[in-house]
Ligand binder design. Sequence first.
Ligand code: PRP
Ligand code: MN
Ligand code: MG
Length: 181
Amino acid sequence: PEHVSDDLSSILFTKEQIAQKVHDLAQQIDRDYEGREVLLVGVLKGAVMVMADLMRELEGQYPMDWMAVSSYGSGTKSSGVVRILKDLDTDLHGKDVLIVEDIIDSGLTLSWLRTNLESRGPNSVEICTLLRKPEAMKTSIDVRYMGWDIPNEFVVGYGLDFAEQYRTLDCIATLAPHVYS
Ligand code: PRP
Ligand code: MN
Ligand code: MG
């Protein structure tokens, strides 16, 4: 854990910038979903930070549930193979589902997940992601709530990992190439 800063190239977003962005997203969500029966679906493990902070910024009461899906394993490249490691506990019939993610990289995870959840009879399925990498996307995804578009570099922190490390950073930073090459 010591000398984590040696592994980082540059800080993309500070703790304060992230907090402001999450606050803005929460305001939009509160406004759009007022009076509706919404379920927040967090995608483990990367979305834990954004989910926890977003929920505390929301004025309304929103139940949450979690799915664990993985398309990365321990590498830096998306395999395109999505596995359900933990499914929802909640019946989606008639619900307005809002998927909460940390990042859209290739888009393969969310594209698959949205289709999967839409097949369970919800009223709607929308997506909230803190980050998106437009240059890396292999499929187009309609994202309702978005934090920032970022360059096609490997980023860590605020839930985002490399081989399960760096999730605990309170900022979002690019990983130095020497760490993964
Ligand atoms: C990462 C990230 C997204 C997904 C995005 O999760 O948290 O869920 O990859 O990649 P994609 O757009 O190319 O599909 P990961 O599979 O690393 O699992 P984790 O959240 O447990 O780190
Ligand atoms: Mn993830
Ligand atoms: Mg990961």
